[in-house]
Ligand binder design. Structure first.
Ligand code: HPA
Ligand code: ZN
Length: 328
């Protein structure tokens, strides 16, 4: 109770939240009605009961199916505003949000509608609620390299509304080097680079090595397997790399792996860990406060460690030094 209040009151930041993963069932029904789409569920409860998955591919199938109701600029505005309002209500002061434009381009939604709607929501949420945010374009790594490049090329004229690019979706057979050219082009345009290196995927250590050593990413999303390599841990520390760990996601998905406390391991290894909510709408609608409360219990986090996680989080911000300093 005490610690719950402590966590709720703490100023927070998060960097690993997929906007499409914040699309709540209630909003799906509202958007479907507005767009004249019929959903194959009787009601919100039935839809939520369908959110059953046991690994990344089975999760992703539900997640990609769910986002098909997003069609207009206003839809993206409503999605982003709802997440930002939720985050602001939980004392999240700053967030960098992922989105998956390839999926929306596939449905014929113009890039300008996707980025335009999200950006308008960011501006309005900052004005009305005080929450600051930036946007990270994710490449859907199991789609073709060509479709990822097409998305990047469509987004570059709007690069002033982006802070970086990332890499999400199914990691199996889709190593970071598949996107070397995309990362180079994004960097040349002044964008930061991050990549998912998830815990229960194949070749995760090789993916971490490539991402850190060869591609020199600016951040790692998940990344818990790094604990298997003291050499990479040392390198990550030397580089002052930040890790965005999502303990809820791990707990729900990793039924095949032994219950290793990755968060505790990474903190004890001295890595720069931050905690995020990932895809809250599909994970019991648990937003950052709840994720941190659960993490506190599971990993026996002290108050000093909780404060350290949020200090890391504000340090991890892709903001100019003067704007970052305002949070520290
Ligand atoms: N991992 C990989 N792909 C994703 C995720 C994730 O956590 N969320 C949405 N797409
Ligand atoms: Zn993720």
């Amino acid at each position: 109770a005490d610690i719950t209040r402590f966590i709720a009151a703490m100023p927070k930041a998060e960097y690993h939240v997929h906007l499409e993963g914040t699309l709540e069932a209630e909003m799906k029904f509202a958007l479907a009605a507005r767009n004249g789409l019929k959903l194959p569920f009787a009601d919100v409860a039935a839809m939520k009961r369908s959110y059953i998955y046991h690994d990344l591919p089975s999760f992703l199938a539900i997640y990609y199916d769910g986002m098909k109701v997003l069609l207009t600029e206003q839809d993206f505005y409503d999605l982003a505003y709802a997440y930002l309002a939720k985050a602001a209500s939980q004392t999240v002061l700053y967030t960098e949000m992922f989105f998956d434009p390839q999926e929306h381009l596939k449905r014929g939604v113009p890039m300008a509608a996707v980025i335009g709607g999200i950006t308008r929501a960011r501006v309005d949420a900052e004005r009305a609620l005080g929450i600051q945010s930036q946007l990270i374009l994710c490449f859907v790594r199991d789609s073709s390299a060509e479709s990822a490049m097409a998305a990047l090329d469509a987004a570059l004229p709007l690069k002033q509304y982006l802070v970086g690019v990332g890499l999400d979706s199914d990691e199996k057979g889709n190593p970071p080097e598949k996107f070397a050219a995309h990362f180079a082009k994004a960097r040349a345009a002044g964008l930061k680079v991050t990549a998912h290196c998830d815990v229960d995927q194949d070749d995760t250590l090789a993916h971490l090595r490539t991402a850190i050593v060869d591609l020199k990413v600016d951040r790692i999303d998940h990344g818990g397997n790094i604990l298997q390599s003291p050499e990479l841990v040392a390198l990550a520390k030397q580089r002052n790399l930040y890790f965005t760990v999502c303990p809820t996601f791990s707990g729900t998905l990793r039924t095949s792996t032994p219950p290793v406390d990755v968060l505790r391991g990474m903190i004890d290894a001295g890595l720069n860990v931050t905690v995020s909510s990932d895809d809250p709408a599909y994970m019991g609608s648990e937003y950052l406060n709840t994720v941190l409360v659960r993490a506190q219990t599971r990993s026996a986090l002290t108050r000093a460690e909780l404060i350290g996680l949020e200090r890391n989080a504000f340090n991890a911000a892709w903001l100019p030094a003067n704007r970052k300093a305002a949070y520290l």
